[in-house]
Design a protein around this ligand. Sequence first.
Ligand SMILES: [Fe+2]
Ligand SMILES: [Fe+2]
Length: 196
Amino acid sequence: MARLLLAALMLRDPETALHGRRVARVALRIELVLSERMRPLPFPLDRVSLRTGAVLHDIGKVGIDLEILQKPDTLTEAERAAIRRHPRLGYEMCAPYEELRAVLEIIRHHHERWDGAGYPDRLTGHAIPLPARVVSVADAFDALTSERPYRAAQSAARARRIVEGEAGAQLDPDVIEAFLAVPVLEWEALRCLPDG
Ligand SMILES: [Fe+2]
Ligand SMILES: [Fe+2]
């Protein structure tokens, strides 16, 4: 099921599909540090679900107008609101399928913020499921190190500093700490792996 969804996303919006795969690699690397440091983990962090959830976190974008998703200029407020629907859309799309049950919380909550100012449910801190908090950090890092129509890709070192600055605001400080424990060279190498 997850593979079928990814194949559909790949046909419609390859950039988002590849982004999901990169986010999965970063999320799994963070999980490795977390599971070494935080024993026992406050929540079970199952690596298979984390990977699938990270790959599919933006699947709800299949329900958003491509013209908005790929618009090179600044978005209007209405367009931003349309894009902000993607976590809920993805959740609603996947919710009926038993085999996707474990990844629903990642899809729905990857845009929540540690300080509570995120969406769609404005969850705060530890109320946000841990896998979603891990994917948020990986998502932020991948977004910064990817080229955007309105700016060039940032270096891994610079992206790492920006992500660090979001500790306690957008992102979970403990997950950031795990992210920072991985040397920047390793993040660079991870980005250079062939997609797949
Ligand atoms: Fe997203
Ligand atoms: Fe994303």
